[in-house]
Ligand binder design. Structure first.
Ligand code: ADP
Ligand code: MG
Length: 475
């Protein structure tokens, strides 16, 4: 009859699952691990401080009800925060937050772990009077939150962005790193955060810059011998948004200067927002000390939009452009352009252009022709979803079995093959592949790829699987 952390938590989860949406449950409760049960206190481990704050803000009531049912009136909840180690941070950071007594689930403040806080600033002075110089934010007002539609694929990143916009520099998401594939809305979201901050805090200096332009400016400053002015300029910004930081890879000088600017801003409570087409763990040729800075805050991924979000985005675009389009064409577009919102918008624009140039109605035939052009010009990417379908059909199992936690050898192998092909045929990061194939982490995916490579050179039967699947997937 003795209760354990796991059984208590399991019962809480059952209760919570019945009372919130499936999506919310999946996002906010599945990643939690029960760690310890002592007397009336249950310790749960949450993946980040963001998680903890979110739970406290949105789910503290239901957590309290669930836990009181299990442990009685004196129930306490203790959070243990793990530093984001999903993206390659090997050193877990844990911290206990004792909750207040008497069953009140109120938590004390947590400090963000800033181990390497000591500054190495070479230029700690500020140019007198420079604050009066108005700095243009370089923001595009059309890229705002209102036009950035919410869906499962962007919920976490969008809410984190909102949180940052409400309290720039005042949340644990500093830096906020938004990452994801091409055309999924990184630039749009980065602008939206900036636009929102300008709106709420007109006195703050916001600056948006692409990493490419930042690099050019830096090179220019070195040529003109005013590297220090360059650094000072960036050090007085309140909210610095740097887009596509993966472009800093291999550029040691620029990384170095960015490192100093970043530290200065961070230490002074200024907000840094970054975007990248890769998760930190997948970035190459970026210095370790910089990578570890990126992991201080929150990394939030933008995924491929699901069908409903695609439909919503199309309709929103049509509405803004004042164009009407039959429902079946909207559905056709949403069904056929899946992996890139920019392409989706491109197809809509050419559809509208064709129909108005030729004074023709927008028909499904016209839509088909245009989508064909799009699909022809852009190499079609096999989706991870499709790979799992093909692999599980091949082994005659369903996708749930493929994704399950079982260690049965043939199922493990099928899963590893799915991961291997996902790495081979998509541009998805290891972390993203793992999360889509049964909620595994990037290390598991990496291990799977190695195993498949090994087995295909030692095991004939296995090699046949690889060849068969390869054929099916490249058809
Ligand atoms: P990325 O920087 O990731 O390559 P962008 O931010 O340039 O992508 O987005 C590509 C296009 O898709 C932009 O026109 C943007 O407005 C649009 N877009 C992306 N995400 C959304 C969204 N959630 N809602 C509406 N439009 C979006
Ligand atoms: Mg972009």
């Amino acid at each position: 009859m003795s209760k354990t952390a796991n059984t208590v938590w399991k019962n809480c989860l059952d209760f919570i699952e019945d009372n919130i949406t499936a999506q919310a449950y999946k996002t906010w409760f599945e990643p939690i691990k029960a760690v310890k049960l002592t007397d009336d206190a249950l310790s749960i481990q949450v993946p980040s401080k963001f998680f903890y704050e979110w739970l406290e803000e949105h789910y503290v009531k239901i957590l309290k009800v669930a836990l009181t049912k299990e442990l009685g009136e004196k129930a306490k909840l203790v959070y243990i925060i793990k530093m984001e180690n999903t993206y390659g941070n090997k050193k877990p950071f844990t911290e206990k937050i004792p909750s207040a007594n008497r069953g009140h689930l109120k938590s004390q403040d947590v400090d963000v772990p800033l181990k390497n806080k000591s500054p190495e600033l070479k230029n700690p002075f500020v140019i007198p009077g420079i604050r009066n110089v108005k700095i243009e934010s370089q923001l595009n007002p059309n890229y705002n939150f209102e036009s950035f539609l919410e869906g499962d694929s962007n919920r976490l990143a969008r809410s984190a962005g909102m949180a940052v916009a409400n309290k720039p520099g005042g949340t644990s998401f500093n830096p906020l790193l938004v990452f994801g594939g091409v055309g999924l809305g990184k630039t749009h979201l980065a602008h939206a955060i900036g636009v929102e901050i300008k709106d709420k805090y007109p006195e703050k200096t916001v600056l948006y810059i692409s990493a490419e332009k930042f690099t050019q400016q830096y090179i220019e400053s070195v040529k003109k011998n005013n590297r220090n002015d360059f650094i000072h300029f960036y050090q007085i910004i309140d909210i610095l948004i740097v887009d596509d930081i993966q472009l800093l890879s291999g550029k040691a000088g620029t990384q170095d200067v960015f490192f100093h600017i970043f530290n200065h801003l961070h230490q002074n409570g200024k907000q840094v927002i970054l975007t990248s087409d890769k998760a930190p763990v997948d970035m190459i040729d970026i210095e370790q000390r910089l990578l570890s800075r990126f992991k201080w805050g929150l990394s939030a991924e933008l995924n491929h939009p699901d069908y409903d979000t695609r439909v919503a985005i199309i309709k929103n675009k049509l509405y803004r452009d004042g164009v009407e389009m039959p429902e079946e064409i909207v559905e056709f577009l949403a069904n056929n352009i899946k992996t890139n919102i920019r392409e989706l918008e491109g197809a809509i624009i050419s559809l509208i252009a064709h129909s108005s140039f030729n004074k023709k109605e927008i028909t499904i035939e016209l839509a088909r022709k245009i989508v064909e052009n799009y699909v022809k010009h852009t190499k079609r990417e096999v989706s991870i979803e499709y790979i799992q379908k093909v692999v599980s059909e091949y082994f005659q199992m369903d996708i749930d079995t493929l994704q399950s936690k079982t260690r049965k050898r043939h199922i493990v192998q099928a899963r590893q093959l799915a991961m291997f092909f996902a790495k081979k045929f998509t541009k998805a990061s290891l972390a993203s592949i793992g999360s889509q194939i049964g909620q595994r982490d990037h290390a598991t995916v990496l291990h799977a790829c190695k195993t498949v490579n090994n087995l295909s050179s030692t095991d004939k039967q296995f090699r046949k699987y690889v060849e068969d699947l390869n054929k099916k997937l490249t058809l």
